[in-house]
Design a binder for this molecule. Sequence first.
Ligand SMILES: Cc1cc2nc3c(=O)[nH]c(=O)nc-3n(C[C@H](O)[C@H](O)[C@H](O)COP(=O)(O)O)c2cc1C
Length: 185
Amino acid sequence: MGLMSVEPEKSLLLMTGSTREGSVNTAVLKTARTTLPHHWTALAYSGLTQLPHFNPDVERSVPPPPVRNLRAAIRASDAILFCTPEYAGAMPGALKNLLEWTIGDTVMYGKPVGWINPSTAPQRAAGTYASLKTVLSYTGATIVDDACLNIPVNRALIGETGTDEDLGVQERIRAGVLALTSCTH
Ligand SMILES: Cc1cc2nc3c(=O)[nH]c(=O)nc-3n(C[C@H](O)[C@H](O)[C@H](O)COP(=O)(O)O)c2cc1C
């Protein structure tokens, strides 16, 4: 009888920058969850609206539970996939705030990160991803270029299950997820 090799499960953390119900960005992450390779699971981080405003004094003492939960979720993940809308030419304040809580910690160091930008706007929400790139580079994360994709998503093709029903879009999302997950081997 041969020995079976058991690959350890790996975990992809899904981070949306949208706080609203019916978000296209959250739907894209939900779709990404359906394209995971073998031995990968996904966790959708859901604490964005519970995070307090970043405060360096608090950071230096004992960070509150939502911040500890955020850091634990990042620490437990093998890679992170972001999807975020653009507000006023940059990433939403809520997402910038989330990332600020990671700066004074080492949780993001070397963490493979990528994003899917579903914007259909003429400027393709370029400002939000430029600012995301800047801030992620301060966190020490490893930005996986092949996993940073513009995949315009037609809101009308998001089905009742909250995932994108366009097969072409699904395949492009799968390629991004594969690029991100394969760099952790
Ligand atoms: C206050 C506000 C500001 C916005 N600013 C921009 C912007 O600068 N550029 C852009 O492309 N879209 C902008 N939008 C549109 C959102 O990015 C767009 O509706 C996006 O699809 C929302 O993502 P969601 O469905 O995941 O919440 C703005 C929307 C709001 C409410």
